[in-house]
Design a protein around this ligand. Structure first.
Ligand code: KG4
Ligand code: ZN
Length: 333
């Protein structure tokens, strides 16, 4: 019997989850609405909101799992990568909880946890598999050899895919986070309305900054001719942007699959909630005979269930850290 409390606080979501013997029994997420009006996450405000939310969120996760806090066997927490002030809140909470309850402490890499979210429910991928991890801060193609043995095959050289969505949304006058809104508008639009460039980056790396600039110039030029350009063409603009971001991602994933010969292909991270990416991956999977793994929506964006499941696998290996552990804003896979 192993009951793990997972804590996530790397960005703007305060989350707590209870995992019992590898099964998730609660996953409580407090989203910080405060950032929307600033057009992006304000680190200082994120830390303060984590501080306010963390205890009620943990209490609720324990309540929903119908356990008492004395039954918890270990605490896992996001050590990095993320905003340092935000990570400090989760890390300090986890350390205090472990000290008070006299249970071991488990540090988790947030990017590994996004990938390990695939082990929450069936069907689970088998090792080795490829994972395209796409979030607000990262865009990576990872060869996953084992639970904690991951090789980075490619990554973005500038903006992350989520950033490309969010920065485009800003140009289109949409609030943060723009990804879900672009996704929504794209459903009504024609993806071939606007031709946007596909960057020619060698190997398995990505670049999204050129795309952002292309959209900015396009919108600026058109607004000079028609002040209502954005409102009149929102769906077509969103569909075109989304389709280009998805094609950049999937073309590299196809290349990675060909290069490695791996047929189990997964996506993870906030952008894996995108309906265009999910649909495109399924189609590509059928074409190339891949086994495709797409997380449930609640496990795509930041959540503590992925921290708790990753904590469970480390618990089984007896991999714990001491009270001297510190969060890391930058943390490699
Ligand atoms: O993994 P995540 O919740 O946080 C980070 O670790 O960064 O990812 C957040 C990112 C944001 O950039 C957000 O706009 C994007 O995921 N996102 C989406 C969708 N849902 C969230 N992007 C495109 N389409 C979506 N449906
Ligand atoms: Zn994330």
């Amino acid at each position: 019997m192993a009951i793990i409390l997972g804590i996530e606080s790397s960005c703007d979501e305060t989350s707590a989850s209870i995992c019992i013997n590898g099964e998730i029994h609660s996953n409580v997420i407090a989203t910080q609405a405060i950032h929307a009006k600033y057009g992006g996450v304000v680190p200082e405000l994120a830390s303060r909101a984590h501080q306010q939310n963390i205890i009620p969120t943990v209490d609720e996760a324990i309540r929903q799992a119908k356990i008492s806090k004395n039954q918890i066997d270990a605490v896992s927490f996001t050590r990095g990568p993320g905003l340092l002030g935000a990570l400090l809140v989760g890390t300090s909470f986890a350390k205090s909880f472990a000290l008070a309850q006299n249970v071991p402490l488990i540090d988790i890499n947030h990017m590994q946890a996004h990938i390990l979210a695939h082990f929450i429910e069936e069907p689970k991928p088998s090792f080795p598999f490829l994972c395209l991890t796409v979030s607000g801060g990262h865009t990576q193609i990872v060869l996953v050899k084992d639970y904690f043995e991951m090789e980075l095959l490619g990554e973005t050289l500038d903006d992350a895919a989520g950033e490309a969505f969010d920065k485009t949304a800003k140009v289109l006058n949409l609030p943060y986070p723009g990804g879900p809104l672009i996704d929504k508008f794209a459903k009504e639009g024609n993806p071939s309305s606007y031709k946007l460039p596909e960057p020619q980056i060698p190997g398995l790396n990505f670049s999204f900054s050129g795309l952002k600039t292309a959209i900015l110039y396009l919108v600026q030029d058109q607004l000079k001719l028609n002040p209502d350009f954005l409102t009149e063409n929102m769906a077509d603009l969103c569909a075109s942007v989304q389709s280009r971001i998805v094609s950049i991602l999937l073309n590299k994933l196809k290349k990675a699959a060909k290069q490695t010969g791996v047929k189990d292909i997964a996506i993870a991270g906030g952008v894996s909630a995108n309906s265009g990416l999910r649909k495109g991956l399924i189609e590509m999977g059928e074409q190339y005979h891949w086994n495709v793994f797409i997380p449930k929506f609640e496990y795509c964006t930041d959540n503590a269930a992925m921290i708790a499941i990753a904590g469970y696998y480390k618990y089984l290996k007896g991999e714990f850290v001491g009270q001297d552990v510190a969060p890391m804003a930058r943390m490699h896979l």
